[in-house]
Design a binder for this molecule. Sequence first.
Ligand SMILES: C[S@@+](CC[C@H](N)C(=O)[O-])C[C@H]1O[C@@H](n2cnc3c(N)ncnc32)[C@H](O)[C@@H]1O
Length: 291
Amino acid sequence: MSGFDANWLHQREPFDLAARSGTLAAQFCAAVASSANGPLRIIDLAAGAGANFRALAPLLHGDQDWLLVDHDPVLLDAQQAQIARWATDQGWSCHALEGGLSVDTGSARWRVRGHLLDLAQSLEQLELAGFDGVTTTAFLDLVSAAWLDRLGALLAHARRPLLATLTVDGQRDWLPRLPADKFIHDAFLRHQSGDKGFGASLGSAATPCLADRLTAHGYLVRTARSDWHIGADQRDMLLKMVEESLAVACATEPTASPLFAKWSDERTAQIASRQLLLTVGHLDLLALPPA
Ligand SMILES: C[S@@+](CC[C@H](N)C(=O)[O-])C[C@H]1O[C@@H](n2cnc3c(N)ncnc32)[C@H](O)[C@@H]1O
């Protein structure tokens, strides 16, 4: 299993929401709205606990049918719980359907079903032409160039719009800077290219690589930045990022662990005195099929 836990996805969700490109999301909504008759059918790849649904469903008008695909059964269970809680918090009614949920906002009904599938092995089992739009978030940096070729071929066949948000682009700016940042960053970039179940990951190269593939298939591709800006008051998120950076660096370069531990101690002290800021680079990509 990929090891993405629901608590971490929940912690990052507000940062993702603030970072997403509103312009590309609006253009995606316009593209899928114009192709549909009846409820909009959207498929979300590597949906985790359903954050992409919660971000995009309120921006799409009218009734919707969502299929949330992931290979982790624990996250599929978390989807149901988190969507039900979110809908209730918004004052909407929500009830169970076979294999999913129905959310009634008063002006629209959204049907959401989870689907257990290993996208590395079984991507081609998905019939993308059966949907009006394809989405994914915080996923493509895990995949390989060969897997993007497969996704590109399926999209080209189905001719459906794609919105791929929050793909890591390799930038991490810690402020104030420390000399050891460079070593931490090198370790992070090396970790990014490891195999996450799809062959060697593209990491920060994923968005330009997908843009090239889809442009070659005749798609109109646009990208926009969707960076996290983590402020000095957002201490839990800063601590999480320092903790994750330390673990990745020590796993990648164990002999330099004492240097990384010293870096982590300095960063933790800066968090305590509210001196630390962090920007984490991401890109959003919108791809519109040829007419
Ligand atoms: C960083 S999380 C993003 C989850 C969600 N899109 C979000 O934004 O909260 C990456 C997701 O990719 C899923 N994933 C990783 N490898 C997968 C595979 N082979 N098949 C399907 N899903 C996979 C994980 O289970 C996890 O939910």
